[in-house]
Design a binder for this molecule. Structure first.
Ligand SMILES: *Cc1c(COP(=O)(O)O)cnc(C)c1O
Length: 849
């Protein structure tokens, strides 16, 4: 091997169109069709060959093409329009400026192991990454001062090829970052930013790359720099590759390196968002920084917690990232001293007593003020899962909330459909995307119009699929007949089902084949034909997932499925865009309740397809009985896996035979009127809700703004408040054992009428705890299954101090509704500085009374 340096030589850009060079380095281009068109028109074949990557494209484009374009009045008109739009976008007043102007320059740091923004940047594996990408785009649209932090993977996730046996093979291309829409971050003096991070084998240096996403920025860390050892250079080679050591090292780089990178860049985050547990080590670095300036570690923890938000995405205990004690000692042992912690104190930060391991989710939970799941159902599941840390609390009061995911509409909706929305809903439809009212205007669109556009998108998809299949066959040196045959695959007139996502086994890609005879029967109906497009990658270490792919590959080659079932290799954002814009129905069959949210069905709905899904993730919130199709029941927790698979497959076939196929094929004047009615209902009811505009507004107003305020408050006067809150918590923890009920009296009976008042009085023992620091309250709710539900509380009033640490309280409750209620009284700590009622998970309940 010999050493060499590389240089990228750009074409000389004619002055008149020179801003193409700005545009290529801002991912804004990726969700503006006219901007993409600006590149495509220069050389369509090359544009496709460069996989829509404008940086690579301009490096390879002929100088003459640029000069020609600079003389072409049509081209220049488009250019001026796009540049005008871009400048307007970058400078106009946005939502956040209107409502939270005082915070407009206070950065919010968002850490994520993957970001899926565009096919030209393959640093994502699936839904989590695409969500992070869509979140970033929406944050920019809303004017939120948003800074993403992630890793730049030299080989991405992996490139998928399916061999002749139907077995997935993983390829690892080496990307040239200089041919991507990112630039090295530099210091003021122009030198590249490089960050040192300590690992047991020595210091690794990370180069920092900057990506612009509209007004937002994402900084990506890259270990592939010359001064690192060969092994260290591979630390950021692959997303989710390697063993547990690789995983923890990557997470150290992301969390600790990420904080250091922001510091080196002079960015001061006022709020910190941990997107899934992979990034939780950022808290450790922040604590270390504070402790190194002389702040006591317990106070430092309160400071970090005050402005941190954690979003969990994993509904099953096994899905959470954990490391054993030895590994933690090996990688963090040297840090315990710098953190001012004992080994035990450090372990405790992430300790999961059930699994006896250090858990990244627990670490994040312990060091965040706010925690949320990604759909209502997932919020519930998470509260159940983490109740072990709040063992005195009813599940519903476990302080984990939810913000349901969405998708970035501008990125996912076909241009033709966007034009339709602009025409019928108005020019500002996308700015007002969450306004339910405007979506009613979808009813004014003629059936024929929307159907023809859908048909056109379906044809585009089929053309794309055939082309991809043909390429694959050519690559495999298949016979010319076999290559030619592809042109007969799939028909634009057939009911087309799409199934594409990661091939994790819980997503049950093969569920539809449980009763192959019955399915074959449906495929054999020449009057009402069916076809299915599959796509998706299995994790390279997941052989069970690969077997699912193989099965589908085999079915695709059998009669009667040949040419009607296809498997598309290398699922990514580009493939996803074609599929969600072109399919009639989108099938989603996760094993309930393992899909935290899912988002691909949302993309389909906005494009005029129908979602057909298990009532898991976001779908129970979206499904209204008509705007798509629901598989199985809303709560399947009583079924075993086998039963669930059987029930769900029955439901699949019944829906297909009795509802989906008839609805699609019953025509009136050649149009499926009933189907189109469903499509319009789906667009109307789902688009205003399941978009990232709504989602990021919720993150901003429920969490980001509070985090900023709390962070500022907690750090004033050298972290005085953080110190007080810490002392307060410690005092309560040490003295809570004094808290008790001496007696509780009430004046009600078992049967009461609406409007009757129930009065309660209680004498409580607080010992040395000040009565201002607790809240004595009536807790009441519906009684069912020996528990209280929809719990509400009402404070009781202090009547008198009886002396000796005893206090008498009274309160009352008026029954406003009929039903069977349960009520009791309880005492909990209270402080205006808590982010939620149970920031300190202490509560004393009255016994029987
Ligand atoms: C939207 C999207 C996903 C998410 O799919 P789910 O079905 O929600 O799991 C995964 N991968 C890509 C490329 C996507 O665009």
């Amino acid at each position: 091997m010999f050493y060499f340096r590389t240089v990228s030589v750009n074409p000389k850009m004619p002055e008149r169109i020179s801003r193409l060079q700005d545009l290529q380095y801002n991912l804004w281009f990726s969700w503006h069709e006219p901007a993409l068109e600006l590149y495509r028109q220069l050389n369509e074949v090359l544009w496709e060959d460069c996989y829509h990557n404008p940086v690579k494209f301009l490096l390879e484009l002929h100088q003459e093409d640029l000069h020609e374009a600079a003389q072409d009045s049509n081209y220049l008109a488009l250019y001026d329009q796009v540049i005008g739009d871009f400048d307007r976008y970058m400078n106009e007043e946005k939502w956040f400026h209107k409502y939270y102007n005082q915070h407009k320059d206070r950065s919010i740091a968002y850490f994520s192991a993957e970001f899926g923004l565009h096919e030209s940047l393959p640093i994502y594996s699936g839904g989590l990454g695409v969500l992070a990408g869509d979140h970033t785009k929406a944050a920019s649209d809303l004017g939120i001062p948003f800074i993403g932090v992630g890793l730049l993977y030299k080989q991405g996730y992996f490139t998928q090829r399916i061999n002749r046996e139907g077995w997935q093979e993983a390829f690892y291309p080496h990307y040239n970052f200089y041919q991507m829409p990112i630039v090295p971050a530099v210091h003021e003096n122009g030198t590249e930013v490089q960050i040192p991070v300590d690992l047991p084998q020595g210091t690794v240096f990370l180069k920092v790359w900057e990506m612009k996403v509209g007004l937002a920025k994402i900084y990506l860390l890259d270990a592939d720099v010359a001064r690192n050892s060969k092994e260290d250079r591979a630390l950021t080679a692959q997303l989710y590759g390697g063993d547990r050591d690789m995983r923890i090292k990557q997470e150290i780089i992301l969390g600790i390196g990420g904080v250091k990178a922001l510091r080196a860049l002079g960015i001061i985050p006022y709020a910190w968002h941990i997107n899934e547990g992979h990034a939780s080590f950022l808290c450790i670095e922040r604590i270390r920084e504070l402790v190194q300036t002389g702040i006591p570690v317990a106070t430092a923890k309160e400071v970090v917690k005050s402005n941190t938000l954690f979003t969990t995405h994993t509904p099953v205990p096994a899905g959470h990232d954990t490391f054993d004690e030895e590994k933690i000692d090996y990688y963090f042992g040297y840090l315990y001293g710098q953190l001012g912690m004992s080994r035990d104190q450090f372990m405790q930060l992430g300790w999961n007593k059930e699994h006896k391991a250090f858990n990244m989710t627990v670490l994040a939970l312990n060091l965040s003020s706010y925690c949320n799941g990604v759909s209502r159902l997932h919020g519930e599941v998470s509260r159940k899962m983490f109740q072990i840390f709040f063992d005195q609390l009813p599940v519903e009061e476990v302080p984990i909330t939810s913000v349901t995911n969405g998708v970035h509409a501008e990125s996912w909706i076909a241009q033709e459909i966007k034009d339709l929305y602009r025409e019928y809903l108005g020019n500002e439809w996308d700015k007002n995307i969450s306004d339910q009212e405007q979506w009613h205007k979808v009813d004014n669109i003629s059936d024929e119009r929307i159907w023809n556009i859908h048909k056109k998108k379906k044809e585009d998809m089929i053309f794309f699929v055939r082309h991809r299949l043909e390429q694959k066959k050519l690559r495999n040196h298949e016979s010319s007949e076999s290559v030619a045959e592809v042109q007969n695959f799939l028909s634009p007139d057939s009911l087309t089902i799409g199934f594409a996502r990661r091939f994790a086994t819980y997503k049950r890609a093969t569920l539809l084949f449980r009763n192959k005879e019955r399915l074959a029967h449906l495929f054999n109906n020449p009057e009402r034909p069916l076809q299915i497009i599959f796509s998706g990658k299995a994790h390279p270490a997941d052989d069970a997932g690969k077997e699912f792919i193989q099965k589908i590959y085999q079915y695709a080659n059998e009669e009667p499925f040949r040419g009607k079932i296809v498997f598309l290799e290398d699922y990514d954002i580009n493939v996803a865009r074609y599929l969600v814009q072109g399919v009639d129905v989108w099938l989603n069959t996760p094993r309930w309740p393992m899909e935290a949210s899912g988002t691909s069905g949302m993309k389909v709905a906005m494009n005029g397809g129908l979602h057909w899904s298990v009532l898991d993730g976001w779908w129970p919130e979206g499904y209204n009985g008509y705007n798509g199709f629901a598989i199985g029941e809303i709560d399947n927790s009583h079924l075993s896996e086998q039963e669930l698979d059987r029930e769900d497959s029955y439901s699949l076939y019944a829906l297909l035979e009795e509802v989906i196929i008839p609805s699609y094929y019953n025509r009136e004047d050649h149009l499926p009127r009933e189907w189109i009615k469903r499509v319009k209902d789906s667009i109307k009811t789902l688009s205003p809700v399941f978009n990232t505009g709504r989602m990021v507004q919720e993150y901003a107003s429920q969490f980001y703004v509070n985090c900023i305020d709390r962070g500022l408050m907690f750090s004033e006067e050298n972290f005085a408040l953080a110190g007080r809150v810490r002392a307060f918590k410690q005092y309560l923890m040490e003295n809570w054992h004094h808290v008790d009920f001496k007696n509780v009296n009430f004046n009600g009976t078992k049967d009461m009428n609406v409007g009757d008042e129930l009065t309660l009085s209680a004498t409580v023992r607080l010992g040395p705890i000040n009565h201002n620091d607790v809240r004595v309250e009536i807790a009441y709710g519906y009684e069912s299954e020996h528990s209280l539900h929809n719990i509400q509380t009402k404070p009781m009033n202090l009547v008198e101090a009886v002396g000796d640490g005893l206090y008498r309280y009274s309160g009352s409750l008026q029954h406003a509704q009929q039903g069977t209620f349960g009520y009791t009284v309880r005492i909990r700590p209270s402080s205006t500085y808590f982010a939620n009622d149970f920031e300190l998970p202490l509560v004393t309940w009255a016994g029987t009374f």
